[in-house]
Design a protein around this ligand. Sequence first.
Ligand SMILES: [Zn+2]
Length: 157
Amino acid sequence: MKYEDLKKAYNDNPLVFNGALLAVFTHGSNALARPDAPVRFQVSGNIIDADMQRKMLDLACELSMVSFNDLMAFVHNDASFHFSKEFAPGLDEEGVCPVCGASVEYSGENKIDDEGGSFPWTCPECGATGREGYVRAFDRHYDVEDKDGNAIEGRPD
Ligand SMILES: [Zn+2]
């Protein structure tokens, strides 16, 4: 499973992805990765139907072939997991008023510089105001050309 497969699996169904990831972390890659080893666990609970359980198990087996480092890098960079309030009380969340928890509305002048940017907001519920700060994050290299100005073969557009 390569990066693009991981991304597709996540985008197709984040719930299945999360369940599969939980299965990998709970049961361990080795238990899932051996082709001769029957899968000896079930995704249980009555919220998730049998079809989705099957999908979770299938994806869990595929995820078990991805290195732990690559899995963690994917979770860090591409998946939208949020800390629970119990685990990280007081941690600010994007788009959420830190005073009352309502969704903020962005207004006013955005400031962008070399380091990142900040975006002013107003809370429509409690009237609080503030600025949301972003640091610059690497995505990838775009428009890469050789010294003669030709596109490099094999790179994405
Ligand atoms: Zn508020």
